[in-house]
Design a protein around this ligand. Sequence first.
Ligand code: PEP
Ligand code: MG
Length: 875
Amino acid sequence: MGRYAYAFGGGVADGDAGMKELLGGKGANLAEMARIGLPVPPGFTLTTEVCKEYWDGDQSYPDGFWDEVDSAVAALEATTGKKFGDAEAPLLLSCRSGAAVSMPGMMDTVLNLGLNSQVAESMIELTGNERFVWDLYRRLVNMFGDVVMGVDHEHFEEALTAMKADRGVENDTDLSAGDLKALTSQYMEIYKAHTGEEFPSDPKEQLKKSINAVYASWMVRRAVKYREINKITGLLGTAVNVQTMVYGNLGEQSGTGVAFTRDPATGEDVFYGEFLMNAQGEDVVAGIRTPLPIIQLKDIQPANHARLLEIKDILEKHYLDIQDLEFTIENGEFFMLQTRTGKRTAMAAVRIAVEMCEEGMIDRETALMRVDPDQLDQLLHPMFDPQAERNVVAQGLSASPGAAVGRAVFTADEAEEWAEKGEAVILVRSETSPEDIGGMHAAKGILTSRGGMTSHAAVVARGMGTPCVAGCGKLNVGADQATVEGTDTVIAEGDWISIDGSEGQVMLGQVETIQPTLSGNIDKLLAWADGARTLGVRTNADTPEDSERARGFGAEGIGLCRTEHMFFGEDRIPAVREMILADDEAGRREALTHLLPMQREDFEGIFTAMDGLPVTIRLLDPPLHEFLPIEEEAQQQMADRMGITIDRVREKVEMLKEFNPMLGHRGCRLGITYPEIYEMQVRAIGEASCNVQKQGVTVYPEIMIPLIGTAAELKFLRELTERVMQEVFETEGILDYLCGTMIEIPRAALTAGAVAEYADFFSFGTNDLTQMAFGYSRDDAGVFLPEYVGKKILPEDPFVSLDVEGVGMLVEAGVKGGRRTKPDLKVGICGEHGGDPASIRFCHAVGMDYVSCSPFRVPIARLAAAQSAIAGREE
Ligand code: PEP
Ligand code: MG
């Protein structure tokens, strides 16, 4: 074929699974299925490049594009022996979107293109099934009206609901041929009333406008938002798949279904699917009728059930990953409409990777690359406490696992509004649609009364890692409350509810949650990760509890213990304030003697928790005014407690006030001007180390100086450190320790060679380094950064994911400079970026020894470090 259209099916396959970027996932996989001989209705894919040209330019098409569409339709006519728009042997087509990354339901689909009144009349004769033909026709008018012409779907839905009410029936399938014919006329009227035009009877015009609508839908709000939320960037656009229609709604011998080759929620190796007889495509996923489990197909059409199982095995063996597939049975004949990599929860991702590896389908490296490190976060979320009392009021399907507690809201907009105000919410809907994407993202959990495991709510929730209970049939969901059938339970807006997405339970009130631990498959996968990675993984922790938790998650030491948090405790703050208020060094030293034993005890606790592992302790960093109260009432309390006047407090606050505290009297500058503070801290570290060592604990203390800008600063403070440690050793015995620095000021990175003279290690403080490289205040950038990202001035928030292009240059210069002076210099990172997979990849590439991150990100970092090593080897 030519440049824009790639045919598949009917013995042809212009593309293959490797062409996702050009043909979209759906198009590439349709071609692949055709290539390996699976029954795919013939069609063609129009490329994503056309979409790019359309949006890069003034929304017009490349020369020759429409001619190629015509040729592709002609080729399809030749393959099928039918003709588009012909009454004798009518060919009907579908037109669907499909980008390289699947975006469930975010863009548009139009089915049954090619119908007009002559074609309809003749099809009634050909099929002998009047009801079927009118059903197709009314769906075409509805979808074309909605998708192509922007007529609100609700208008059609209202007419349908009114018709069902008038006939006294519950399901669409209960309407007669005559009803559907009348409905088609009503739809035509609705169409005309809202567009001012007649519904187009020319099939070519229908097709052309539908193709255009699919390309245009690339930039609709919900699609853009979905890509934003899921950080999908760098795609050319969507492809358009034009395909021969096959019908699942031709009668009781027809049907349609979706399935996963393994359970996408738990990862268990069981075939997982749902179907509806006498239904067309979207009916199953739209959640309007609750579908049947796939096993029941065995009773209805055993041969097709067997065929489906056979195809499931073929697909999984072919793709070596869990597949999400869609099939249709037309009058007993089986067709595959789609296969794609199945979206799965974190729990499922881990289990599938481990089990496929153990089954010999994939190797360990592939298994490790299969799990998105960020997704592991889901497994570390709280679970319901097994001891907690559960007031279960309704039961639904366990559509996306996990515990969620929040206040009930009934619209997606409300979910977003409430969440913005800091409320935890559960979005309760009868079903969700792609319009709800923002609210679904904002909610802690999603609860629907209709729809199955493959409903929109379930698929999207699993993709987001949000707990979801779907198809909770006993729940009647209204505009601002829900009731539970057969009981007097009412869930009103704002009521607290808890949902268990693993058990499918809905409970009233806030059920207690507990923190999870690592076990089973995830432990196994992370052990494989440890075998593959070369980067060490430490944690940022400043309490024994956090240290222990991080150790449980696999931390190999502490990379940053921030000591300022220890100064805020109720028992500490009076001594800290006394020190700040002291008039001279003697007064400060006196106050510090009260802090010393407490600080020593802090370190003993942490060293004991990290027995045998290195602990990097950073000396005091924030400016002193942070320890004084700002509010008058608190100032008065402080004055009363210290027996001084409030004026004295105010005077000190005034004196310490800074215009630019982040660039002010903090970090090592404090240590240089008030050496007694750092002396106390070094002494506490030294004494604590010796004390616990005597008790049999193995300690590796690493003293870290913050905010170094020049080598001379570090020289001064290293000498201070060595002097105090020497004094401690004289009475307490000797031990090894390191003295190093944070690299968080650009000047230090650029002069790293000189700084390294006095450092045993470097730890990159990329929070400050980012702040200073960009000149963005860490505390104020929240106001404009989201807009910067929105306007694509920045690809991402540089405080979340390291700006490799700029800040990365400083880091690289720092590593190289430091190692030029000391080839074995130990180098790590302790800024927030140490837990971000993309930043970890960079840290690996520049040759760091370790990353350090918050306890809950330790497993993520272990996996990301392994992936960096594997990717590095493959390059
Ligand atoms: C940093 O600046 O990256 C860092 C870890 O220190 P803090 O966040 O405490 O300033
Ligand atoms: Mg810092």
